[in-house]
Design a binder for this molecule. Structure first.
Ligand SMILES: [Zn+2]
Length: 241
C-alpha cells in the first residue's frame, strides 16, 4: 500500500539535500564533499577542555561544511528522507563504541541499550519530534547482536539555548537537566548503554546524558556521534582527500 511519502515522491522529483539539483537525495558531488569530512578511521573525540565524567566517545568525522549541512537539512529543512544516509554515517562510530568487552557481552546477553540524547527544548518544540531517533535506529541495524534503541531520557527542567554558550556555560546549563523516569529505570538498571548525539561540540550534552543514565543504574556508558567540531576533534586522524 502506498503511504503518503510514496505519493509525494511520485509528484515531487527527488532533489539533492545540499545543492538542490534534481536526481538523487545526495548527488555525486555533494556525496564527495560529505566524504571529505570523514576521517580515515573512526576517531576518539576528546573535547578541550574535556568535561569531568564525559564518556568515551567515538565519531566518524569532522562536523564542518557538507557534513554539518547534511545534519541541518535532515533536522531542520524537512529532509527526513536522509535518516538512512545519516544512519550509515553514524554506524561505524556506533560499532566502535560497542566494541568494548562490556558492550560485546551485552550484545550477546541482555541487549545493548542505545540511547539518543535529548535535543534542546526549543528544538523539540519547533520540530515536534526527536529526529535523532530514526538515525539511531538505522545505524543500530549495523550492530551484531541484541540492540535496544531506547529514548529513555527526559528533561527535568528548562535549559537555555546552547548555541552561543561556551564550554563551562554549557556544562552549567545542562547540569542535572536530564533524568530517566522511574518507570524506565528497570530498562536502564544494570545495562550497558551507548549514548548517541549527532554532532559533538563541548561534550556537555553527552556528559549530562551519561550522568543521568549512571544515576539510573547503568552498568557502563560509552558514546558515539556522527561528527565533532574540528577544534575539539582529537586523535590524530586526517580527512580523506
Ligand atoms: Zn548536490
Amino acid at each position: 500500500m502506498l503511504v503518503l511519502r510514496d505519493l509525494v515522491d511520485l509528484v515531487l522529483p527527488v532533489t539533492c539535500a545540499l545543492c538542490h539539483r534534481p536526481g538523487a537525495r545526495l548527488c555525486r558531488t555533494c556525496r564527495g564533499e560529505v566524504r571529505a569530512c570523514l576521517s580515515v578511521d573512526v576517531t576518539r573525540c576528546r573535547p578541550d577542555p574535556e568535561p569531568a565524567g564525559m564518556p568515551s566517545c567515538w565519531v566518524a568525522g569532522a562536523a564542518t561544511g557538507a557534513l554539518r549541512a547534511l545534519v541541518t537539512a535532515y533536522k531542520d529543512e524537512d529532509r527526513r528522507d536522509l535518516a538512512g544516509a545519516l544512519g550509515a554515517l553514524l554506524a561505524p562510530a556506533l560499532r566502535r563504541a560497542a566494541a568494548g568487552p562490556e558492550a560485546r557481552a551485552a550484545l550477546v546477553g541482555r541487549g545493548l541499550l542505545v540511547v539518543p540524547v535529548l535535543g534542546s527544548p526549543r528544538a523539540r518544540r519547533r520540530r515536534g519530534d526527536v529526529p535523532l531517533v530514526s538515525v539511531v535506529q538505522a545505524a543500530s541495524r549495523a550492530l551484531p547482536g541484541r540492540v535496544v534503541v531506547a529514548p529513555v531520557l527526559v528533561p527535568t527542567r528548562v535549559t537555555r539555548d546552547q548555541s552561543r554558550l561556551g564550554a563551562q556555560a554549557r556544562a552549567d546549563n545542562l547540569a542535572h537537566s536530564m533524568a530517566v523516569p522511574e518507570r524506565r529505570e528497570p530498562t536502564v538498571r544494570g545495562s550497558v548503554c551507548v549514548v548517541v548525539d549527532d554532532l559533538v561540540t563541548t561534550g556537555a550534552t553527552l556528559t549530562e546524558a551519561a550522568r543521568a543514565l549512571t544515576d539510573a543504574g547503568a552498568a557502563g556508558v560509552v558514546a558515539a556521534a556522527i561528527g565533532a567540531t574540528p577544534r575539539r576533534f582529537g586523535g590524530g586522524s586526517r580527512p580523506i582527500s
